[in-house]
Design a protein around this ligand. Structure first.
Ligand code: PLP
Length: 438
């Protein structure tokens, strides 16, 4: 374990690589959240662990933002991918057996899915979902929740982690988004059905869809009240709007059928990606035939295009991952038990130490908020002490435990984590939190 290295030293290969990267890549990275103050540079991974360029080993709960589900370099997925290289290819014409096999797996797994389209990423999936909803309803407005993240495209790129003065207002994630596009997205409060109802009242027959992460993991883990999800289903149905569950994180991770299977409420459209191919790029959108057929190039009216859609190695990896999950339901009992064990352990530690913190999560996912509970919606998260989280994160990293650096995010247990890993994590967290308290 990496317990005695100094990850902030400048005399490392990681630092040198970041210096070189800064000349060639904006901010030295290919996705802005990969650099938040510390020059991480990894060279490999194995199961629950990753190793940086300087040979330090970390127990990984970051999981590439959740794209790693079974573990790093898992032979369950890598072996079939290796076998597929050189045997499958890209044609750009017709369909391959692989794509049909993938669609069978996905529509069997996701309860509300009758048909699917495969994309290369989660963002493409949510972009298609929003466009399809607009086409199907002939309406333009979209409702999202403060704190929800659905990818980088314009329709959804606002009001994720907002400073208190910008929350619920106009908080774009990026410059360069047209004002009227930003304004076509309305922002509600998670777990507050009245906030959604109010928007439907304010904009009668103008809202095309409500998009939600069933558990907003992009702000940790706001677990939805059952009545909230049921109420949203009823409301959107009554109002003639499309309900989109963005299961890019929750899908395949919390249950083979996604969080919709857990909560027993069916959306109209479901997006997925990330963990379903254990690190290989893929995303997708699924729903009922009546909606999905609008993508039919012969009789539909919504454009479905993408040179790499149904990408062979992504599809191979997704099939292998889904087949493994189906054959090994104990993946879910194990990861859920490990997640519960971490959450219970952290809760005891902060209670014993008298630290104002709330542990949240579901299944194998856990978050530590430095704020008193209960934490139900974004409003409660504005009390979070970001500095305390930064200190916790830094000290855990120093001890060889890798978590998502940003406050208000989540951590993931993979199929490769063990009881012993969790015990070590709790031991380290106790040390760190006691040190912070001192
Ligand atoms: N939806 C959710 C819930 C996500 O967390 C993400 C990525 O973090 C996306 C969509 C976008 O997926 P991608 O990064 O694959 O485009």
């Amino acid at each position: 374990a990496a317990s005695d290295h100094d990850p902030r030293s400048t005399a490392t290969r990681g630092w040198a690589l970041h210096q070189a990267a800064a000349e060639l890549l904006p901010g030295g990275v290919n996705s802005a959240t990969r650099y938040v103050g510390h020059p991480y540079a990894f060279g490999g991974g194995d199961g629950a662990y990753v190793v940086d360029l300087d040979g330090n080993r970390y127990l990984d709960y970051h999981a590439a933002f959740g794209a790693i589900l079974l573990g790093h370099n898992s032979p369950i997925v890598d072996d079939p991918v290796r076998a597929a290289v050189g045997t499958v290819d890209l044609f750009g014409l017709g369909v391959t057996e692989l794509e049909v096999e993938l669609a069978k797996r996905v529509t069997e797994a996701i309860p509300s899915a009758e048909m699917m389209i495969a994309t290369m990423s989660g963002s493409e999936a949510t972009a298609q979902a929003v466009r399809l909803a607009r086409a199907a309803t002939g309406r333009s407005l979209l409702v999202k929740f403060q704190g929800g993240f659905h990818g980088w495209h314009d329709a959804v790129a606002r009001n994720v982690i907002s400073r208190p003065e910008l929350a619920y207002g106009r908080d774009p994630l990026s410059a360069g988004i047209l004002d009227h596009v930003l304004d076509a997205t309305l922002v509600a409060e998670f777990n507050d059905l009245d906030s959604v109802r109010a928007l439907f009242e304010q904009y009668p027959e103008r809202i095309a869809a409500v998009i939600m992460e069933p558990i907003p993991h992009n702000v940790g883990a706001l677990v939805p009240a059952q009545e909230f999800v049921e109420g949203l289903r009823e409301l959107t149905h009554d109002e003639g709007a499309v309900l989109i569950f963005d299961e890019v994180i929750t899908g395949f991770r919390h249950s083979l059928g996604g969080y919709q299977e857990v909560v027993g409420v069916m959306p109209d459209l479901t997006t997925f990606g990330k963990g379903m191919a254990n690190g290989y790029p893929i995303g997708g959108l699924a729903g009922p035939r009546s909606l999905m057929e609008r993508f039919d190039g012969q009789k539909g009216d919504v454009l479905l295009a993408g040179t790499f859609n149904g990408y062979t190695l992504g599809a191979t990896a997704a099939i292998a991952t889904i087949d493994h999950l189906r054959a090994h339901p104990e993946f879910y009992t194990r990861t859920h038990a490990l997640g519960a064990r971490i959450r219970d352990g952290l809760t005891s530690i902060v209670t014993e130490l008298g630290i104002e913190a709330t542990v949240a999560g579901f299944g194998g996912v856990f978050s530590l908020y430095f704020a008193a509970g209960p934490i139900r919606g974004y409003r409660d998260l504005m009390r979070n002490d970001d500095q305390a989280y930064a200190a916790f994160h830094r000290r855990m990293t120093d001890k060889g435990f890798l978590m998502i650096p940003m406050s208000l995010k989540r951590n993931h247990v993979s199929g490769s984590h063990t009881d012993e890993d969790v015990d070590r994590t709790l031991e380290a967290a106790r040390d760190v939190l006691a040190g912070m308290k001192a």
